[in-house]
Design a protein around this ligand. Structure first.
Ligand SMILES: Cc1cc2nc3c(=O)[nH]c(=O)nc-3n(C[C@H](O)[C@H](O)[C@H](O)COP(=O)(O)O)c2cc1C
Length: 204
């Protein structure tokens, strides 16, 4: 007799209770350049895509930027709602990250198809992906020229959260390989975040 495939929910790490991240320090969630998942929602449609081109832009009030291709469903939903969330996935969900970055929500509900567990955001009406390491809730600062010409969206961060086991006191401290954040190369190839080390400024 064939063994049934595991439920998609079974591959998601246990949901944790996210801890708030001080807004002035939320840039540290993105400072090391992790690949993100952009979640969006508008008029009853929700979606998730991968975005490697996301980064901090300012400290206080905190701002981020993300490049969202004009052909994506995500782009349409962000333009409709003016909000999105950046979710920071870990190696444990790298396959999910690649898949949501390959399929379009125009063809399939990626949340349902992948069994993604979601959590409500606090300041925006957009789902957050459970099992991620960090989350930034973002409100677009309209810059039509950048958006049209470069697919570049600038947004203010209105709330930020992290898995307290992985990020606390403004620092990442990854516990095991599965918990490390991702850096995208191309063609399904990633690096995971490497070993942390500290140096002193040279005395000149
Ligand atoms: C790891 C990874 C990173 C990606 N980074 C970006 C990005 O920064 N910006 C972008 O527009 N598309 C990026 N993509 C492609 C989108 O995720 C892809 O076009 C997606 O299918 C769009 O989904 P949607 O139509 O449901 O919004 C990336 C894909 C992968 C796999």
């Amino acid at each position: 007799m064939m063994t049934p495939p595991p439920s998609p929910l079974a591959i998601m790490p246990n949901p944790i209770t996210p801890a708030p991240v001080e807004l002035a320090k939320c840039y540290r969630l993105l400072n090391h350049g992790p690949t993100t998942l952009v979640t969006s929602a508008h008029n009853g449609v929700r979606n998730v895509m991968a975005a490697a081109w996301a980064m901090p832009l300012d400290f206080d009030p905190p701002k981020v930027l993300v490049v969202v291709d004009s052909r994506t469903l995500t782009r349409e939903l962000i333009e409709g709602s003016g909000v999105f969330a950046l979710n920071i996935p870990t190696r444990a969900i790298a396959e999910t990250t690649l898949t949501v970055g390959t399929l379009s929500g125009r063809d399939v509900d990626k949340f349902d198809a992948l069994g993604l567990v979601t959590m409500p955001a606090r300041t925006i009406d957009v789902p957050l992906v459970a099992g991620c390491a960090g989350w930034l809730e973002c409100r677009v600062i309209p810059e039509p020229h950048n958006e049209k010409r470069y697919d570049l969206f600038i947004a203010e961060v209105t709330a930020a959260w992290a898995n307290p086991a992985l990020f606390s006191n403004g620092r990442w401290h990854f516990t095991d390989a599965g918990s490390k954040t991702l850096h995208y190369l191309a063609g399904g190839a990633f690096f995971e975040t490497g070993e942390a080390f500290t140096v002193e400024v040279k005395q000149l």
